[in-house]
Design a protein around this ligand. Structure first.
Ligand SMILES: [Zn+2]
Length: 294
């Protein structure tokens, strides 16, 4: 930044420019973005946003690269154009007056869930239930078009983190690092869920425990996301969160892969033919049968 320009910026703007660069470095260093992927924005004041420019690697940004827009997306300053996903960011700020910052990235495990069409909505980790609740998947939309903010609109009022089908993930927070840490939590949760599923499936927290964890939000001063829904609603815009939790504690879900395998074998194998189950599938069937008898 040329000498003299920095003096003209407020101390908070200088700090926010530096913070965006730091968040970008972390996203890139952790492999949450590749090449020029991802984008980051923050409210500068009541009418202006500071955001990453288009077509730069988030790992190597400098404070002078940032772009300033108004809340309609009109560029007010900056040598480069604003992020190609600006429309999605604008929609988040419109729908969530409490959101101060937005981070979009393509973390590989969470994006894998988004590509497979598997939302992260099971009650698995106490901390995730308390801080983020559930992480749904916004419907597929062509990146950088108006379709994307429309897909995000459905969930953004009730969720601080969501997956974007066949694309990536989106998080928001009270400040830049808050939004970034939620992206870390989404990816961490996705990794743990993947490992648990490879090991035979998650043991879910009970509904009672989910309610208890929700009660802790006040204790920790967590004002968002929205409360957990007693049951799924068909509202156009989600106002609360759906968390999958069984009534009984410690219930184990039969892994999706085992169920699919069993369904396939039932369709294709004759009554007297031999079928092959893995040891885990057999154990699961016996366990389920014993439970059914109890
Ligand atoms: Zn993207």
């Amino acid at each position: 930044m040329p000498a003299g320009v920095e003096e003209a910026l407020s101390a908070s703007e200088v700090q926010l420019r530096a913070d965006i660069c730091e968040v970008g470095r972390r996203l890139y260093a952790r492999g949450y973005t590749a090449s020029n992927d991802g984008n980051i924005s923050v409210r500068l004041d009541a009418t202006r946003l500071l955001m990453t420019p288009t077509s730069v690697c988030k790992g190597f940004m400098t404070p002078d690269m940032m772009c300033i827009t108004d809340l309609e997306g009109r560029k007010l300053s900056g040598d480069r154009g604003p992020s190609s996903e600006m429309l999605m960011h604008l929609e988040v700020y419109r729908q969530r007056p409490d959101a101060q910052a937005v981070v979009h990235a393509h973390p590989p495990t969470a994006t894998g869930f988004a590509v497979a069409g598997i939302p992260l909505t099971r009650a698995v980790l106490a901390e995730v239930v308390t801080t983020l609740g559930s992480i749904p998947i916004a419907e597929y939309a062509t990146p950088s078009t108006m379709e994307l903010p429309e897909a995000v609109r459905k969930y953004v009022k009730a969720h601080d983190g969501m997956l974007l089908a066949n694309h990536g993930a989106l998080t928001l927070g009270k400040d830049l690092f808050g939004a970034y840490y939620k992206m870390e939590t989404v990816e961490h949760f996705a990794k743990i869920s993947l490992v648990a599923r490879m090991l035979g499936g998650e043991r879910l927290l009970s509904q009672d425990e989910v309610v208890r964890l929700q009660g802790l939000r006040d204790h920790y001063g967590i004002t968002s996301p929205a409360p957990i829904c007693p049951e799924p609603s068909n509202a156009e815009q989600a106002e609360c969160q759906v968390v999958q939790a069984p009534v009984a504690p410690g219930q184990r879900l039969v892994s999706d892969a085992s169920l699919a395998g069993l369904a396939r074998s039932r369709r294709t194998i004759g009554p007297d033919e031999e079928i092959r189950l893995t040891y885990r599938e057999l154990t699961q069937l016996i366990e389920d049968a014993v439970k059914a008898l109890m």
